[in-house]
Design a protein around this ligand. Sequence first.
Ligand SMILES: *Cc1c(COP(=O)(O)O)cnc(C)c1O
Length: 345
Amino acid sequence: MKMIDMRSDTVTGPTDEMREAMAKAVVGDDVYGDDPTVNQLQELAAGMVGMEAGLFIPSGTMGNLISLLAHCDRGDEILVGKKSHIFLYEGGGASSFGGIHSRQIAENADGSLPLEVAQDAVRVDDEHEPITRLIAVESTHNALGGVCQTPQTLAEMNQFAKRNGLAFHMDGARLFNSAVAQNIAVSELTKHVDSVTFCLSKGLAAPVGSVLCGSHAFMKKARRARKHLGGGMRQAGIIAAAGILSLEKMVNRLADDHTRAKKLAIGLKDLPGIKMNPEVPPTNMAFFDILDSNPITIYQIEDELKKRGILAGSMGSRRFRFVTHYQITDADVEQTIAAMKEILR
Ligand SMILES: *Cc1c(COP(=O)(O)O)cnc(C)c1O
């Protein structure tokens, strides 16, 4: 049975065109800076986000860690969202590898950090306290349901960062989803941050890889941090070739994923015992909560879906998500709605 896999957009496989480009990629040793395909990807990415330089890296998780290591010293503190990927899902890498202390702030509904709260969190110059060094934002914000911040909100966060002498990092794992949903160029979002990472391996369908972008000075430190973490990849042009196609061919079609997530949410929203949250998916993720009044467990829903050939992602004990992506069709959405109707009947 073909499974309809909506656990995440990370499950997307490469397109046939990507496989062909990978087979033919011209390569060199990227740790020496000699891989022309990696260099092309890095320049393309930096150009799109309007920054000086890009760095091809194995994963988004490593990209965030490299950024934190490049911006911060040991003992520094970073301001991050309470539900951010950096805080929740990256193995505490910032503290274990960087000696970096995190201060978690409950996000606004759009995933931005409330600036009055952030202002109170900024440390004073006192030997008892760590030094606040950085503020981070997640775009789109995963755990909050794929929500986006507007350029205006990011501009305000940037002003806050500059006023307090902080670096501003964006975990843009799904940055292109945010830009496509708002119908703007990605640079309209990234011009407000000092560094950004985004994943090629999610909705953009490349098999592996992320890109980190920032200034030349930042990148010098970032390259060093990548090497320290074991992320220098030699003939990485083989996989960068797929990433180039992600940026050239796979960005605009993200709108289809967003349309399908909305269709799914419309089909699910009146079913008994669950609540879509957010009600209308802003990008490619449809989240729902199981209502307290509903005795069904997350495992029961998961099992019943699986019996019907559908995989969904559980996010905690009463929350689910369906993530739409390149390999999810309109028919898959219909089938999922029908299955959920049976399960929740
Ligand atoms: C997926 C994800 C990451 C990490 O990306 P990997 O390539 O899976 O390591 C970082 N931040 C957010 C918000 C994500 O969704």
